[in-house]
Design a protein around this ligand. Structure first.
Ligand code: SF4
Ligand code: SF4
Length: 454
């Protein structure tokens, strides 16, 4: 069967945005464009009640050639300090691929390879993965995406990605000065030049790639510089992810707080709610002038999706969690990439099936917890439909009435939603009239007063 659409999962766990492939390089967002006829038709034919089972996998655990200051992955090695080599065996690879494919009720299967630094595994590992995917595909279409810091890319890797049509996610924090502030090697050496060399190679080989940028205390005040940089390097799909961490010394050597703990203080690199709100508003103002439909900023797509009542592409904006698990190098499966903590381990693939773990009562409870644990301030918030209280990992602030469980970034999100509401209303109206939401640009040029904050 012809492949009607590509799923482009941008970056981290559970963060998926759906696009149709309109030609060789161009994609059109479908998560917000009703109706996604082909998708629903396929769903009805093949599996009327199905949703994809999604488990991201980490073939080298959290091992990385960089040591970015804010990286929450790095300290996951402490969870496995009794295991000397954090490397997925070929036996586990075989087991995972076979079981992952056979667990799907949909005709398409998406593999996401995440690190640590994924390219620290040899190319032969991923070639083996391709062979196994072919062996077990059983008529299904297989897609692959891989997240990398880009520093180890070479011609050979790029040829492989091109040949096998892999989507590559590059972690890059904007222009050199911003990027090199935190994204350094263990020896403290900057990485920007190497990443850019990697991007040039991807472009040279015509590999599909997109960018993930972390918004932190250092770069959050420069959204325009940030955004223009990505445009200047030809990146059309960008995810901006806010970094929020608290310091809490753990007995096993970890120093970041888990979501269940009270952190003593915020980690210095965290973005503040005010910074995050201003960042998003300024970025939006720049984007909405000329770039709607040309450049895709995941949070804006997801916000519009929520505005029109469609499923958002990013899990943080969704009503519930639990749709995307993560498997460590040794087969341990966790509820979510942001919940790789002992308390959220669902089991191990050698003892439990993926279906058992991902559809377990525990995982369902985890998924619903996002909605059930909302504080009253969120339940009464005019933007709950768009925000859904964001990621539960960040809900350690108190509401104005002193209730626990408010998202630390609340103030920033509220500011953002309030600011963009007139634009979103306009785009929603256009979509309902079967017109392009990109018309908002023309409307803004003609009558800026239409978009005054309400
Ligand atoms: S906890 Fe929920 S919202 Fe946060 S990253 Fe995981 S799935 Fe997404
Ligand atoms: S903006 Fe704040 S109050 Fe409103 S839903 Fe989001 S986190 Fe809750």
């Amino acid at each position: 069967m012809a492949q009607p659409f590509h799923i482009i999962p941008i970056f981290a766990t559970g963060i998926r945005t759906y696009y149709t492939k309109t030609n060789k390089r161009d994609y059109q967002l479908i998560s917000i464009i009703p109706p996604t006829n082909l998708y629903y038709t396929m769903k009805q034919i093949y599996a009327p009640f199905a949703k994809p089972l999604y488990v991201m996998t980490k073939p080298i655990g959290s091992v990385c050639n960089l040591a970015c200051n804010y990286c929450y992955y790095l300290e996951k090695t402490y969870l496995y300090k009794d295991i000397s080599k954090h490397v997925m065996s070929e036996e586990l690879l075989d087991r995972f691929i076979k079981e992952y494919i056979s667990s799907q009720t949909m005709p398409q299967v998406l593999f996401t390879w995440h690190g640590g630094e994924t390219l620290m595994r040899p190319l032969s590992f991923y070639k083996k993965a391709i062979d196994l995917q072919k062996k077990y595909a059983g008529g299904r279409t297989i897609d692959n995406c891989i997240q990398t810091n880009g520093t180890l890319l070479n011609d050979e890797w790029c040829c492989f990605f091109k040949e096998n049509d892999w989507l590559v996610g590059i972690s890059i924090d904007g222009p050199q000065e911003f990027h090199d502030e935190y994204r350094r090697s263990k020896q403290g050496l900057p990485s920007f030049v190497k990443v850019m060399r990697g991007i040039e190679l991807l472009n040279k080989h015509d590999v599909k790639w997109n960018a993930m940028a972390v918004v932190n205390d250092y770069n959050a005040d420069y959204p325009i510089e940030f955004y223009r940089f990505f445009k200047s390097i030809g990146c059309h799909y960008i995810q901006f992810a806010p970094i929020v961490e608290r310091i809490c010394m753990q007995h096993d050597g970890r120093h970041l707080a888990s979501p269940m703990q009270d952190g003593d203080k915020m980690a210095d690199f965290s973005v503040t709610p005010e910074q995050w709100g201003n960042f998003l508003c300024k970025l939006f103002d720049e984007w909405v002038k000329n770039d709607v439909g040309q450049y895709f900023i995941q949070l804006f797509d997801s916000t519009l999706a929520n505005w029109v009542g469609e499923q958002p592409g990013v899990c943080t904006m969704a009503k519930t969690c639990g749709h995307a698990g993560v498997m460590e190098f040794n087969g341990d499966v966790y509820s979510c990439d942001h919940y790789v903590f002992p308390e959220y381990k669902l089991g191990n693939i050698y003892q439990n099936t993926l279906v058992e773990m991902m559809y377990s009562e525990r995982q369902q409870k985890f998924g619903l917890m996002k909605q059930r644990s909302l504080p009253t301030q969120c339940k009464e918030c005019e933007f709950l439909f768009a925000c859904n209280g964001e990621c539960p990992k960040n809900r350690f602030a108190k509401t104005t009435s002193g209730e626990s469980g408010l998202n630390y970034l609340c103030k920033g999100y509220y500011h953002f939603f309030k600011h963009i509401a007139p634009y979103m209303d306009y785009m929603k109206h256009e979509l309902h009239a079967h017109r392009s939401p990109a018309n908002v640009m023309e409307a803004l040029r003609k009558n800026p007063l239409l978009f005054r904050c309400r």
